[in-house]
Design a binder for this molecule. Structure first.
Ligand code: DLL
Length: 433
């Protein structure tokens, strides 16, 4: 039977959800107008005052907020509460440009942890569970967010953070961890290491995993589920909005319910900014309606996604988002064709390879080139060279069928692509260097 952390909210009627959103949005707009000069200036530039926003139907009038705004306002320019009321900062894991710094009051942390608790309960978690949190702790939101959610559910929480894979496995086994929280690439690595240690899924006490923070394909989900003998649930979020738990998967495992009592979601055309009708693919935009310290109105995530309000068998009424199909700024444009790393991953896994790959993009004589390096399976490693060349050709054809363009394929030795303990680096774009 499906269980909920806050059933009266997660299964509320659509009318009730809309009523919460209308009321909270109006309050939030007044809040940023009164307390954040940066927002007031942006609204004034569009000729808007808080009186123009009477509810969700007026949301589209508000200006967008982008990562550039966050950088421009760094560090305190978007903070809506006196610093003495803020108790925490978290920061993005991005490696380029100025970091984005998000602020939290104790109330904000409380609501964020509730969102993570909803995700854990949706994955079957109860106070009988032992939950190992192997996301990084620190400025990254993964560890602190799931840690807080796990406490709220009452799980016995093991805050291992990421890294030291053998120790992770020792704790899972010795302490009978039943839920694992980490990035999907790290889950795959933990699974691979367990296999090498001769462990079979029935010797691993885990029953569920809550994996997110990076794109992962359905094929990779199947792989992880089989290796670890668990059900693998997706979780989505971003630092700017709080962290993990903006949305989470339920037993249906067909997309993530957005916590609509805290976030209003829109899908826009990334080129024109126009709001698109339900079911269209576009850029996901969020408005945080309950955040006190760092409220963001119409924040452009760059994540490409589709929303669906189809009734879910789990009983939750929150809108569902599909797995992000990639980030508009991760999207590679190769010879004018849009390519998402997730499409390549889906082909590789479908063809029987593990998700250990890297995509190298370059420009040679003014022409874009793409090489996909993927590890051979251990069985293939002993094959004749000609057999390996045949396998490469097969992959080239499968990629061409998916992407419509030629990608060179290089099968490399097992274990030669670096494993990730956090977010995996899938693309090396030498054109930007
Ligand atoms: O990755 C928060 C998080 C931690 C989510 C743990 C889930 C689990 P950032 O480092 O700010 O925050 O990165 C946010 O990561 O805009 C997406 O592009 C990507 N992302 C997050 N979750 C998913 C997911 C955390 N489930 C950015 N699937 C987002 C695909 C994801 N991409």
């Amino acid at each position: 039977m499906e269980r909920y952390y806050q059933p009266e909210i997660e299964c509320a009627s659509r009318e009730q959800i809309l009523a919460w959103q209308n009321e909270r949005l109006v309050k939030q707009v007044q809040n940023v107008w009164d307390n954040v000069p940066y927002y007031r200036a942006k609204m004034e530039a569009k000729g808007l005052t808080p009186a123009d926003i009477k509810g969700v139907e007026d949301l589209h009038k508000l200006p967008f907020v982008t990562k550039d705004d966050l950088r421009e306002a760094y560090p305190y320019g978007l903070v809506a509460r006196p610093l003495k009321d803020c108790v925490r900062i978290q920061s993005t894991s991005g490696t380029t440009g100025k970091r984005v710094v998000a602020f939290y009051t104790q109330h904000d942390i409380d609501l964020w942890e509730d969102c993570c608790a909803r995700a854990i309960v949706a994955a079957g978690g109860t106070d009988e569970d032992v939950c190992q949190v192997s996301y990084g702790y620190g400025l990254f939101t993964g560890g602190p967010g799931l840690n807080g959610g796990s406490h709220k559910v009452g799980c016995l929480t093991i805050p291992t953070s990421s890294g030291n894979t053998e120790r992770q496995i020792m704790f899972i086994r010795d302490l009978s961890a039943t839920i694992l929280c980490c990035t999907p690439s790290y889950a795959a690595y933990i699974g691979e290491t367990m296999k090498e240690m001769g462990l079979t899924p029935d010797q691993i006490p885990l029953k569920a995993g809550i994996f997110g923070a990076e794109a992962w394909s359905e094929e990779m989900r199947q792989d992880i589920q089989n290796t670890l003998g668990i059900k693998a649930y997706d979780i989505y979020g971003l630092t700017e909005l709080s962290g993990p738990g903006v949305s989470f998967e339920c037993s249906e495992q067909t997309g993530m319910h957005i916590n609509e009592d805290h976030f209003i979601a829109e899908i826009i055309d990334p080129d024109t900014g126009e709001v698109l009708p339900e079911g269209s693919q576009g850029e996901l935009v969020f408005t945080s309606i309950t955040k006190e310290a760092f409220p963001l109105l119409r924040y452009r995530t760059r994540d490409i996604c589709v929303l669906s309000r189809k009734q879910c068998s789990c009983g939750r009424t929150f809108v569902k988002m599909c797995k992000p199909r990639g980030r508009s700024d991760d999207m590679l444009i190769i010879k004018g064709v849009n390519v998402f790393p997730s499409q390549i991953e889906a082909v590789l896994l479908e063809q029987g390879y593990a998700a250990n790959y890297q995509i190298i993009v370059d420009r040679v004589n003014n022409t874009d080139t793409m090489e996909v390096q993927v590890e051979m399976t251990p069985e293939m490693f002993s094959d004749q060279l000609s057999a390996v060349a045949d396998k490469e050709k097969q992959l080239v054809a499968a990629l061409k069928a998916m992407l419509g363009i030629y990608a060179k394929v290089r099968l490399v030795a097992p274990k030669s692509i670096q494993r990730s303990e956090g977010k995996a680096v899938r693309v090396i774009d030498k054109r930007k260097i």
